[in-house]
Design a protein around this ligand. Structure first.
Ligand code: GBH
Length: 484
């Protein structure tokens, strides 16, 4: 790939749109990159994603310890439909069928998460070999079907014992326990897993888990403590990167899976693009910025003031341990940015009440987020390998009279985001693969089973899985390696 600085995106798109309007049909080969018929790079990896607590069930089986989500889901009033994931998709028993669902899509990769409390029921101390065995079975099944496993180490199911004993991520000892667990897993699974993600979405577990209290463990900590939690989670990420390097086989790759704050130039002028980059760096200060730069920005420390986290220089070098790739969960635009003559150099445009959203109100429809998120990461931090680790939407799926789910709203959403992903790869943004959230409907955290994200519909009474129309749509995309 040519160096990023050689891309000259704005000049190039100006040229293509000129060609587009004046010479239309005669010069097909000069159509702009965003042409619907354009494909993705050869070898682009297509997959689906899930997480352990959301699908596995079997919470008391084979020595699994309790997680903070077991307790939270069983606390009255926390889950919208009063559901819990004790059974969920019963994937612990039905994993072979679920691998067949992936295969039917033609997907070549699968992102799943490992339940820490299965492997270390108490969070630390003695491992539970039966817990790890489940993942051995799953990996063997995936590989036998030609599907490459990508494993997330932590998708929010902290062992309850660590919450009780240490206060969870309030303590840096949790970060150390996480690294021990990550090293243990890397040592035993890296013969088959070549890509590990450390923490899924640091910001959600920090803000919703310890700030707003709307995710497990349901705490509302004051700002100073919350900043310390954020620091400890970032530290856990860095320590886990080091543990994978120390214990994984040579060539094992590791990186985060972040839901970065995605800042979009409201109008794609060079000044607004620059302003969106500045905003991206600042608004991700406690996460990607510190992970990839090894320091907290001046603005971050100034605005935290006396509530800033306590840390050492060594912490910062651990947090910024070199990663092999960056994973990005991209659902929605966080901000539209306009360049401004003020101190930060940007204005965040307020969202008009009429801004469209999908089934969930937080899920605003801004397909260009799929272009700008990876592009900012590549440009700001010179990241050479990016995976889209999640993208998808809930929808008010209802079977039609003929029994099919015609989820054309999900297809509309996916198509438009994928057009922007294709625009990114055409522009040389190094995105290597895409994991659609989700393979199948599952336990959607505090929304319970009310919100459905799957390509396959799940009847939670019978555990029957049925493909929605979007499953056919995704299969076409995978087969053609192009947006259809
Ligand atoms: C992902 O988070 C998760 O990784 C995945 O487990 C989940 O199933 C999937 O998305 C679908 O939600 O407090 O109501 O304003 C997505 C990013 C960021 C979405 C926080 C919800 C807050 C909603 N999330 N956001 S609200």
């Amino acid at each position: 790939m040519a160096g990023w600085s050689a891309l000259g995106l704005s000049a190039k798109s100006a040229e293509s749109s000129q060609a587009d309007s004046s010479q239309e049909t005669s010069q097909k080969n000069r159509l702009p990159n965003r042409s619907l018929s354009s494909g993705f790079p050869a070898g682009f990896l297509w997959g689906t994603a899930t997480s352990a607590y959301q699908i596995e069930g079997a919470v008391h089986e084979d020595g699994r310890g309790a997680s903070i989500w077991d307790r939270y889901a069983h606390t009255r009033g926390k889950i919208l439909d009063h559901g819990n994931a004790d059974v969920a998709n019963d994937h612990y028993h039905l994993y072979k069928e679920d691998v067949r669902l992936m295969k039917a899509l033609g997907a070549k990769a699968y992102r799943f998460s490992i339940a820490w409390p299965r492997v270390f029921p108490e969070g630390a101390g003695s491992p539970n070999p039966k817990g790890l065995d489940f993942y051995n079975r799953l990996l063997d099944e995936l590989l036998a079907n030609g599907i490459e496993p990508f494993a997330t180490m932590y998708h929010w199911d902290l062992p309850e014992a660590l919450q009780d004993r240490l206060g969870g991520w309030v303590s840096r000892d949790t970060a150390k326990a996480f690294a021990d667990y990550a090293g243990y897993v890397a040592e035993r699974l890296s013969d088959r897993v070549k890509h590990f993600f450390t923490v899924n979405e640091c910001s959600r577990l920090v803000h919703l888990g310890y700030g707003a209290g709307s995710d497990a463990p349901g705490l509302r900590l004051p700002q100073a403590k919350l900043n310390q939690v954020r620091h400890n989670v970032a530290l856990g990420h860095g320590l886990a990167v080091q543990a994978v390097r120390a214990h994984g086989r040579v060539g094992t790759r590791v990186g985060p899976a972040e839901n970065m704050v995605t800042c979009i130039p409201a109008i794609e002028t060079p000044a607004n693009i620059r302003a969106a980059e500045i905003a991206t760096r600042q608004l991700n200060a406690g996460y990607l910025t510190v992970m990839l730069e090894g320091k907290y920005t001046d603005e971050f420390l100034a605005s935290a003031g006396k509530n800033a986290p306590k840390y050492t220089a060594e912490d910062l070098s651990i947090i910024s341990s070199a990663v092999d790739f960056v994973g990005l969960n991209v659902y929605t635009p966080n901000h539209y940015v306009v360049a401004a003559d003020n101190a930060p150099g940007f204005t965040l445009a307020p969202f008009p009440a009429s801004f469209p959203h999908m089934d969930s109100t937080w899920l605003k429809i801004g397909p260009e987020a799929m272009y700008w998120a990876p592009r900012h990461v590549a440009k700001l931090w010179d990241v050479k390998s990016i995976y889209i680790t999640e993208n998808g939407t809930s929808a008010a799926d209802e079977p039609a009279a003929d029994g099919n789910v015609y989820d054309v709203d999900r297809i509309m959403y996916l198509r438009n985001y994928l057009i922007h992903l294709q625009r990114a790869t055409s522009d040389g943004v190094p995105v290597l693969g895409y994991f659609l959230w989700s393979l199948m409907d599952n336990f959607e955290w505090s929304d319970g089973f009310e919100k459905r994200y799957g390509l396959y519909r799940v009847d939670f009474n019978t555990q029957r899985r049925t493909p929605k129309l979007s499953a056919s749509f995704y299969r076409e995309i995978i087969e053609r390696n192009a947006v259809v």
